[in-house]
Design a binder for this molecule. Structure first.
Ligand code: EPZ
Length: 414
């Protein structure tokens, strides 16, 4: 999808089943490469990052076959350890093959990853963690050459990096003894990865807490259903909050979205929580308490941009503080082009609610920034054109079709 044209200004109404989580399925694919055997992943999202990840695994000699939202993976044969740089450079999660291949093969030559440009996005926590387990890490131009079977031991992460936690969990599968990760990320996607690894015969405890312990054991393939995508759910909630109307989401875990739900309720949305569903009724919005992003269970950084878009017309001033990434306000110029009143100062933004927004032409900057532009366009009078809309395809399945299912007026230009 190159250009998305949205004519906003009317309320949305509809029901959507939440897709499988992008940020859960990508680590699961890396994990499947670490496990000698056949695995089946159920409820996979039809997104570009998943297709690129499957191509990466096939380049290593594994097989990936999709049938609907089910992925059949065969990693029985030992994989190659040198992923294709052209593919690896398209997404951040390709770096997780480092831990997976080290754990399985004791070596890996990994190209530097790509992914959304949200700041420097260094890999120091990944690499220092692996070195703490005795892995030899050499960086040559755009390659990470790593060798050595990880030792038993403890890694202390100074920041709860999601990717570093996942990489170390995967490397620990092949360690010479138990590995403890202290200061680990606590995101639900970490728990989902641990559930898959335990189904494969590993012994992972503490996932979802700040201390994860992995005890190596013989591994085999497994069947696993991918966690629902809490960020996709947050995006649709913000879209309807921005446009007005009603939304019912099914097949999700509302408890994993509490900070987002609290902000929407403070802003004046009515929410009804069920064990695996959520209903929202949008109304006239007023500024909520400050939105401060942070590692789970704080307000998720991936929902910051869509929430900002939802609150552009909220009466009063909303403060945003982005503590996770140093450059995650790249969507602000596009929102200003629609008439939004936003002050920026470093990692802080202040949104002054404005009565009306108008359509504009803008270029998507990253996955969640693009989603924010869509949310704002849905609440703006007239037509908006979002170029570089392929960013959305990376993490949202059938995006235009799902917008239409909510009654949005949408046109896609190739
Ligand atoms: C994961 O990225 C997600 N991506 C991101 O989602 C998400 O925003 C992020 O976690 C935080 O929740 C996937 O799961 C594929 P981090 P990741 O390592 O692992 C710094 C989306 O939109 N850091 O927790 O890269 C880093 O620069 C994407 O779906 C280091 O300094 O995030 C950032 O400031 C965007 N050194 C902070 O930590 C390191 O070695 C959080 O990064 C690693 C990270």
């Amino acid at each position: 999808m190159e250009t998305l044209c949205i004519t906003g200004g009317q309320p949305l109404h509809g029901t959507l089943a939440v897709q499988g989580s992008k940020n859960a399925v990508l680590p699961l694919l890396a994990a499947a490469a670490a496990v000698p055997g056949r695995s089946v992943l159920l409820g996979c999202p039809s997104i570009r990052d998943l297709r690129v990840s499957c191509a990466l695994l096939e380049g290593l000699g594994l097989s990936c076959r999709a049938a609907g939202d089910t992925l059949f993976l065969d990693a029985a044969a030992p994989p190659r350890t040198d992923p294709d740089p052209a593919l690896a450079g398209q997404l951040r999660s390709s770096v997780l093959l480092l831990g997976a291949l080290l754990g399985r093969c004791g070596q890996a030559e990994i190209p530097l990853p790509g992914g959304c440009v949200l700041g420097a996005r260094p890999l120091d926590l990944h690499l220092k963690g692996l070195e703490a387990l005795g892995v030899e890490v050499r960086r040559e131009d755009c390659l990470l050459r790593c060798r050595g079977r990880p030792r038993a031991g403890t890694v202390r992460l100074p920041y709860p990096s999601v990717g570093a936690t996942e990489n170390l969990m995967l490397a620990a599968l092949g360690a010479s003894g138990p590995v403890r990760i202290c200061g680990a990320a606590r995101e639900p996607e970490i728990r989902d990865l641990a559930a898959f690894l335990n189904a494969c015969g590993a012994r992972v405890t503490g996932a979802g807490s700040a201390c994860v312990r992995i005890t190596p054991a013989p591994l085999h393939g497994a069947v696993h259903r991918v966690l629902p995508d809490r960020m996709e759910a947050a995006t649709w909630l913000c879209a309807v909050a921005a446009a007005g109307g009603t939304l019912r989401l099914t097949g999700l875990c509302p408890a994993q979205l509490e900070p987002v739900l609290r902000t929407l309720e403070q802003a004046g949305c009515e929410l009804t929580r069920e064990p695996a569903a959520l209903s929202l009724r949008a109304g006239a919005l007023q500024a909520p308490e400050p939105v401060v992003t942070g590692p789970y269970p704080a307000f998720p950084t991936d929902a910051q941009a869509p929430m900002m878009a939802a609150l552009l017309r909220a009466q009063g001033r909303t403060l945003f503080s982005e503590t996770v990434f140093e450059d995650r306000f790249r969507h602000v110029p596009a929102l200003r082009a629609m008439g939004a009143q936003i002050e920026l100062s470093g990692r802080r933004a202040v949104v002054h609610g404005t009565a009306k927004l108008h359509g504009a032409e803008m270029a998507a900057t990253d996955l969640r920034g693009a989603a924010a532009m869509v949310c704002a366009a849905l609440g703006a009078e007239g037509e908006s054109r979002i170029t570089q809309a392929w960013h959305l395809d990376r993490g949202y399945a059938d995006f235009a079709a799902r917008l239409r299912a909510l009654g949005a007026e949408v046109r896609v230009e190739a």
